[in-house]
Write a protein that binds this ligand. Structure first.
Ligand SMILES: C[S@@+](CC[C@H](N)C(=O)[O-])C[C@H]1O[C@@H](n2cnc3c(N)ncnc32)[C@H](O)[C@@H]1O
Length: 259
């Protein structure tokens, strides 16, 4: 290992230890310092996070809007390869040719395309207009006509009540902070027919409390597994099945039924 890497690792460990034992005011100072020097903040304290990253509410939206392409197959093929088999085995068998399905936070449409030929219609939404543009181009190239892509922010989207026979929300809640997440889950539930199935996938933490992450304007919330599942179970869903998508258990996928 290079000497510089050893020093950086040593500094990182020292900061981590100091952050764990310091009083709040010192922690805040250390976090600000770390943000200034590295552009990165990790904390389990939401209030602290809001103080250090004051623009966090819009930062996440801006970060995603700047991404011109987010194709799971291309950008992170291993991620696609982990999730696609779960969709195929746990979700797709419950779909039917007369189904209308919603894909909220569809990005460039990889998972909408995966299920398109098993259902009547997919309605797919994403915050990023560029990604929606790319998804439309891909659909045209592939000759897929039953996926309707639209740009929309999940927080402001008024989904029609009782419309969807099944629902996909993959990798969205990782980017939605506490106040908005429950409202989105309720909105999703309202838009689904009774007993309809919802598939979700997100990053989680195995710390004792949620981890707030800011890396060079990328904002994410890694909830604990309990908090994450509670978000659905406390808002009208019943857990049918869940699985970790990777060996280190940082990523969870689950199937819920509308109660
Ligand atoms: C990690 S990607 C997941 C994409 C896709 N569902 C998948 O699993 O491959 C997160 C997606 O959420 C979208 N997104 C982030 N915040 C959003 C919001 N507030 N409303 C709608 N979409 C959002 C991003 O534009 C991005 O396409």
């Amino acid at each position: 290992m290079k000497k510089r890497n050893v020093v950086a690792y040593f500094v990182f460990i020292c900061c981590k230890k100091l952050l764990a034992v310091s009083p709040p005011a010192v922690r805040l100072l250390l976090l600000k310092l770390r943000l200034m020097l590295t552009g990165k903040v990790y904390t389990t304290d939401r209030e602290e996070f809001l103080k250090v990253v004051p623009t966090h509410r819009t930062a996440s939206a801006r970060w995603w809007q700047r991404q011109s392409c987010w194709q799971a197959k291309v950008a992170t093929p291993e991620r696609y390869n982990r999730l696609a088999p779960y969709i195929e085995t746990a979700f797709a068998p419950q779909l039917s040719k007369d189904f209308t399905v919603c894909d909220l936070a569809c990005a460039s449409g990889d998972f909408s395309f995966l299920i398109a030929d098993r259902v009547k219609q997919v309605e797919a939404f994403d915050l990023s207009a560029d990604m929606i543009g790319m998804a439309k181009e891909t659909a045209a190239k592939m000759g897929i006509k039953n996926v309707d892509f639209r740009q929309a922010a999940a927080e402001r989207l008024q989904l029609p009540a009782d419309r969807y026979d099944a629902f996909m929300m993959l990798g969205l809640l990782t980017y939605i902070d506490i106040p908005n997440a429950a409202a989105i889950v309720k909105n999703v539930g309202r838009s689904m027919k009774p007993q309809a199935k919802l598939i979700v996938k997100d990053s989680i933490t195995h710390n004792t409390s949620a981890q707030y992450v800011y890396v060079k304007s990328y904002v994410a919330y890694y909830r604990t597994e309990k908090e994450y599942l509670q978000l659905f179970e406390g808002n009208g869903f019943r857990l049918l099945h869940s699985t970790y998508l990777e060996a280190r258990k940082g990523s969870i996928a689950a199937i819920f039924e509308k109660a």
